[in-house]
Design a protein around this ligand. Structure first.
Ligand SMILES: Nc1ncnc2c1ncn2[C@@H]1O[C@H](COP(=O)(O)OP(=O)(O)OP(=O)(O)O)[C@@H](O)[C@H]1O
Ligand SMILES: N[C@@H](CCO)C(=O)O
Length: 322
């Protein structure tokens, strides 16, 4: 599910009066996604996505997210283009929530990515990093080490209910980050959540990137690490070297990694695995059973975290292998 806020036809008609999108023909809630409320919107001008921004999105960040999509789309990245309102702004309000309309992208997300998909995602991620380099707005990563500490403070008292011993294990992770989290690697605009459900394909061809609502300024290699976690592990949580190699060689075909970025990958991948462990654990502990929201399993990322903690060297990700 992701329709937290329902809207009436009357509310929608009033909202659409702020746009040059012709007559409303139909709209329908979208079940997928977990953060915001999304609707397919058909008007006489075409098909669009209407998003109402919910709990994790700070309205003050919307100019960054929507401006970034506009910037990237203008640079040829296939991502949704926010539709301007009659007054030139990108953000309106419906049902008491900030809301925007963005263009509809063709394609489907792949449930079982192949190495070819992973390679295409690597190329697209590097393309995004380059295209974002001259985007004027800045946004700190609210879900980096300090943000993880805040989430952990809330989840920690009950974390051993999820898995006995988790409190001690995750406390230990924070010690590792305090000792060595890098801050001097190449940085810029990152997507920060480029999971399979945020990448559309038409066959093997990548047709678009969506969901820029965690985008921020941070290390490029952290985004690489997140994609290794999101794309290159199997359903049994085993790392797939062929996919790792395909993803990394796709990325490096557009933007080669510096040696310091390569060497930082195990720690960055641990941090990224912790980030998704913590948001999932927080949701697991706070979303009531029976709520319509789909809860994602923290265990998948606890397992990834353990994998990265014990990795012997970056060749185990497929770097430096031909
Ligand atoms: N521009 C678009 N074109 C086509 N479909 C879209 C577009 N944007 C969103 N969707 C559809 O809406 C769904 C949810 O979108 P999105 O991933 O942005 O939501 P979210 O609530 O932020 O989810 P997440 O849990 O991934 O953060 C997508 O899986 C897709 O089916
Ligand atoms: N992609 C995230 C959800 C949005 O942050 C996850 O799989 O936990």
């Amino acid at each position: 599910m992701a329709v937290y806020t329902d809207i009436s036809e009357v509310e929608l008609a009033q909202f659409l009066a702020g746009y040059d999108l012709g007559e409303m023909m139909s709209y329908k809630g979208i079940a997928e996604g977990s953060e915001n409320s999304n609707f397919y919107l058909h008007t006489s001008a075409g098909t669009y996505i209407l998003t109402l921004y919910e709990r994790r999105v700070d309205a003050g960040d919307l100019p960054f997210f929507l401006g970034l999509m506009q910037h990237l789309a203008n640079k040829g990245i296939s991502c949704p283009l926010p539709v301007e309102r009659r007054d030139g702004s990108l953000i309106g309000e419906i049902a008491g929530r900030p809301a925007a309309i963005i263009t509809f992208l063709e394609g489907v997300w792949v449930r079982r990515p192949t190495a070819a998909h992973c390679r295409a995602v690597g190329e697209a991620l590097a393309g995004l990093h380059l295209a974002g380099s001259d985007f004027a707005l800045k946004r700190d990563n609210a879900l980096s080490v300090d943000g993880w500490r805040r989430l952990w403070a809330q989840a920690r008292p009950r974390a051993d209910e999820f898995e006995p011993g988790l409190v001690a294990e995750i406390d230990g992770e924070f010690d590792a980050f305090a000792a060595g989290w890098p801050d001097d690697l190449p940085a810029g605009v990152i997507h920060a959540d480029l999971f399979p459900d945020n990448v559309f394909f038409l066959g093997d061809r990548l047709s678009g990137l969506i969901d820029f609502y965690f985008a921020c300024n941070d290390l490029f290699a952290y985004d690489v690490a997140t994609c290794l976690n999101a794309w290159c592990f199997e359903k049994d949580n085993a790392f797939n070297l062929t996919k790792g190699q395909a993803f990394l060689s796709g990325y490096e075909s557009v933007r080669p990694l510096q040696e310091a970025e390569r060497q930082a990958l195990p720690l960055l991948a641990r941090g990224s695995a912790l980030r998704f462990t913590l948001t999932r654990l927080y949701d697991w502990l706070t979303i009531p059973d029976g709520a319509l929201v789909q809860k994602r399993d923290p265990n998948e990322f606890i397992r990834r975290l353990r994998f990265h903690r014990h990795i012997g060297g970056v060749s185990e990700y497929g770097l430096g292998r031909s």
